[in-house]
Design a protein around this ligand. Structure first.
Ligand code: 26Y
Length: 818
């Protein structure tokens, strides 16, 4: 019969199969003979969760007994993606689960694809938080991630006739097998109302905030398992609930909708992720989200501390709060409020304790991305916090004066921006309330000292420190690229699994023809898989033998997808004019979401799709060039695209990309990088060697100098006939014949202002692409460089980053794994 044709599970796989079957029966409520793929996915996830929970309890108990310091990572975003394969891999159960499922006729890879992609973040900052959570569990940092359990994460991007449209993403539609709702862990979060001042026993002023409105924050815990399952930490996400589910008075009076408005308003706080990652929303709901999760998290950790240690004064010895950008910066005022108003601490003691507890990571220098809130809004929503902010500011400014600050410096270090209708600068608040403030790459941290925080750095020297970003090699190498991970294991042994820097052992194989062949075969298989995805989603056939040239990331003018597509057009023109040359076949892959309101970024998406339409169907191109814009870029799609790339595009205007982390993922997977000296690209060049990365374009200093003296895009265009031809074509509607004016605005903007220096860097970018073509013609030389990239990228493991934070910011010991 059919069942006997299935492979027999043995050993561990047999007991795991039994656990899966028990979950299917008793938790999912399905008989195996009628179970569908989603049922199997749920059963498997619950079975894995059981195994994780055993370790979770052991870890949590151990941490409690040790009585040591815990890290609290406060982030409005956690871009986690799928958890099944990564969890299985870290628990050492990937093979076991595959065999267990095969024995009941189910394909692990098929059901794993059904898991929702948890997109509770926009891009780099949110994904960094997810990598950090995994690395903290791996290196033995007892940590809690704190954030919001958005019901709807980042929007789904649809491409309709080449235009982006957005629709809601419903990641909870099939339930979430990983989380544990903790209805008993609920905190009251106040908004509005007034502050009552009275006299304390010693004559000092006592402040009591009486909020007008209260929302409940309910905890949902997800275990986060580290490599080899040695430690499991907790991601605690807050969901907003109304204390009054319904207004019965309104209901009884016949107002059935009005009876629910208070509830709807309260619950809207955790409804949806703000989908912008550079222009602050500036809206009240966003500020509510920020305060909601920050207050709940601080209440939670203070309660945990007091329960165990009984004494609030030791908080900084037992808790390190890391602020992921300014989004939770209100924590400075909220912790002060808790210490002073609730625990009756003196101002000086409270401020010292706050500063010793909190530290802050900055992720951007873009002035328009720095959060600031209008004073009247903060005053209305959080009146007590506004008082505390004024009081902090007065003391900081006094300190600054004493240190010899000029009026200009005072204006710059002030938490209140008096220049733009009185606003609270959240970056300054976070800075003065932290013992350490870090940037995310060496260049970015230096620029922080010279630009946004120049004067704060003078008043508080030594506070700014660098912690170069990293990525978890478990998800981004082992899970995403099992072919490469397997080859590496056979070649250099298992050491690199526990310590990514051991990848250097690969260096001696870089020129080995046999190894090169096997390395290339893995890459080819990954490219064939991506080619299949491209065929399925776009109906476009691409050749896995072509050079796969990839730019995937959020759509932003400073990331310069426009530079890439303009150069693609130049290449298209050149192929048509010189069909006799031996062009390197290329596939240009793009993916990325634009914020819904970011019009110019949406036009760039449309331009890429317009170009794709023409190039992909032009017989004169003879398949030498294909352009693919893959819709709905997310973590799961990244896991397919990145291992398949030959060339990684990291071409931001120098000085504007704080770090980048996609750059690291590509290089670790054996892509060569074409990039500017921006963010972590600089350190990547130092590690992989200048011969193994293609650096072009202006430096950050040169960009600054050109902007200072005035940009001259017209001169740039005149000096490069190929560029002039491209802009003429785009501007006159060659790629948009039905609407010739469509891309006029994009071209005019480049010609007249070009803030991102696309025309300044075009010529050197284009020249570098032709050098890359030449190298591609010598496969042995290309492969050698690619292998050296893999060998030398270990330092960019987020395990290293977390050890740096532990040593230099949190004051925590870490463990070696394996
Ligand atoms: C204020 C609000 C609109 C906002 C929301 C999200 C502002 C910024 C963001 C997200 C920023 C972000 O993702 N920044 C990226 O952080 C990465 C991790 O450090 C860096 O690698 C990357 O260069 C930086 O752009």
């Amino acid at each position: 019969d059919e069942a006997s044709a299935l492979p027999e599970a043995t050993g561990d796989a047999r007991s795991f199969r039994d656990l899966i079957l028990a979950k299917l029966t008793y938790a999912v409520g399905k008989d195996p003979i009628v179970a569908r793929d989603h049922d199997w996915l749920r059963a498997l996830s619950l079975a894995l969760r059981d195994r994780i929970v055993d370790r979770w309890m052991a870890t949590t108990r151990g941490v409690y007994r040790m009585g040591g310091k815990r890290v609290y990572y406060f982030s409005l975003e956690f871009l986690i993606g799928r958890l099944l394969k990564d969890g299985l891999n870290n628990m050492g159960l990937l093979g076991t689960a595959r065999e267990a499922l095969a024995s009941v006729g189910v394909d692990l890879d098929v059901i794993a694809e059904l898991e929702a992609d948890a997109a509770l973040g926009n891009g780099g900052l949110g994904r960094l938080a997810a990598c950090f959570m995994e690395s903290m569990a791996t290196v033995g940092v007892p940590a809690y991630g704190y954030g919001i359990r958005y019901e709807n994460g980042l929007f789904r991007q649809n491409i309709i006739d080449g235009w982006q449209t957005e629709s809601p993403e419903n990641w909870l539609a099939y339930g979430n097998p990983w989380e544990f709702p903790r209805r008993e862990v609920a905190y009251e979060i106040g908004f509005g109302g007034a502050v009552e001042a009275s006299e304390g026993w010693d004559g000092s002023a006592v402040h009591a905030w009486k909020p007008a409105e209260t929302v409940l924050a309910v905890a949902h815990d997800t275990p986060v398992v580290g490599w080899r399952g040695l430690r499991v930490n907790t991601l605690r996400l807050w969901s907003a609930r109304s204390p009054d589910p319904i207004s019965l008075d309104a209901f009884n009076a016949g107002d059935h909708i009005g009876a629910l408005t208070a509830r709807t308003k309260a619950e809207s706080i955790s409804r949806v992720l703000y989908p912008a990652d550079s222009t602050p929303a500036g809206q009240e709901l966003r500020l509510r989200q920020e305060y909601f999760f920050t207050s709940a998290s601080l209440q939670d950790l203070v309660r945990r501390h007091l329960k165990q240690h009984r004494e609030i004064r030791t908080l900084a010895q037992k808790a390190a709060v890391q602020l992921n950008d300014t989004h939770p910066a209100i924590a400075v005022a909220e912790l002060m409020r808790i210490l002073i108003d609730i625990h009756a601490m003196s101002w000086a003691d409270a401020f010292a304790l706050t500063r010793d507890t909190i530290s802050y990571t900055n992720h951007t220098l873009l002035p328009e991305a720095l959060e600031s809130w209008p004073v009247p809004l903060l005053e209305r929503l959080l009146p007590r916090h506004m008082q505390i902010i004024y009081a902090i500011n007065a003391r900081v400014l006094t300190e600054a004066r004493a240190a010899g600050a000029t009026d200009a410096m005072i204006a710059a270090v002030s938490i209140i921006d008096e220049g733009h209708g009185r606003r609270v600068r959240m970056g300054n608040l976070a800075f003065v309330g932290s013992h350490k403030v870090n940037g995310v790459s060496a260049l970015h941290s230096e620029l922080m000292k010279e630009t946004v925080f120049r004067d704060l750095n003078t008043v508080f020297p030594g506070r700014i420190t660098n912690k170069t970003n990293g990525i978890t090699p478990r998800r981004w190498l082992m899970t995403a690229n099992p072919g490469l991970a397997g080859l590496l294991r056979e070649t250099i042994g298992e050491g690199f699994l526990d310590d990514a820097e051991k990848l250097v052992a690969l260096e001696p194989f870089a020129r080995d023809p046999g190894f090169q062949e096997r390395f290339a075969a893995v890459k080819h298989a990954n490219k064939a898989r991506l080619a299949k995805t491209i065929q399925q989603t776009l109906g476009l056939r691409v050749d896995p033998a072509a050079l796969f040239d990839v730019q995937v990331k959020r759509m932003h003018e400073y990331k310069r997808q426009l530079l890439n597509i303009l150069e693609t057009i130049a290449l298209y023109n050149a192929i048509r004019t010189h069909p006799e040359k031996d062009w390197v076949p290329r596939v240009k892959v793009f993916a990325g979401k634009a914020a819904a309101s970011y019009t110019s970024a949406k036009y760039i998406i449309k331009l890429i799709n317009d170009v794709a339409k023409m190039v992909n169907t032009d017989p004169a191109v003879r398949n030498l060039l294909k352009v693919a814009f893959l819709p709905n870029y997310n973590v799961s799609l990244a896991e397919v695209i990145i291992p398949a790339a030959d060339l990684s595009e990291q071409i931001s205007t120098a000085g504007m990309e704080a770090s980048g982390t996609g750059n690291m993922k590509f290089a670790l997977n054996g892509a060569l990088t074409i990039g500017t000296l921006d963010g972590a690209n600089v350190e990547m060049r130092d590690h992989v060697g200048a011969d193994n990365i293609f650096i072009f374009g202006l430096t950050a200093a040169e960009v600054e100098a050109r902007r200072a003296k005035g940009l001259n895009p017209r001169a740039n265009i005149e000096a490069d006939p190929a560029l002039a031809e491209v802009l003429d074509a785009v501007g006159s509607g060659v790629f948009s014949p039905a609407d010739p004016q469509r891309h006029r605005g994009t071209v005019d903007n480049l010609t007249n202002s070009d803030w991102f220096l696309v025309t300044d860097d075009f010529t050197s970018y284009s020249a570098m692409q032709r050098r890359i073509d030449a190298l591609w013609g010598t496969p042995a030389a290309w492969r050698e460089k690619a292998i050296l990239n893999v060998a030398r990228m270990g330092w960019f493991s987020s395990d290293r980053t977390i050890r740096d934070y532990s040593d230099e910011i949190w004051g925590l010991p870490t463990v070696k794994v394996g």
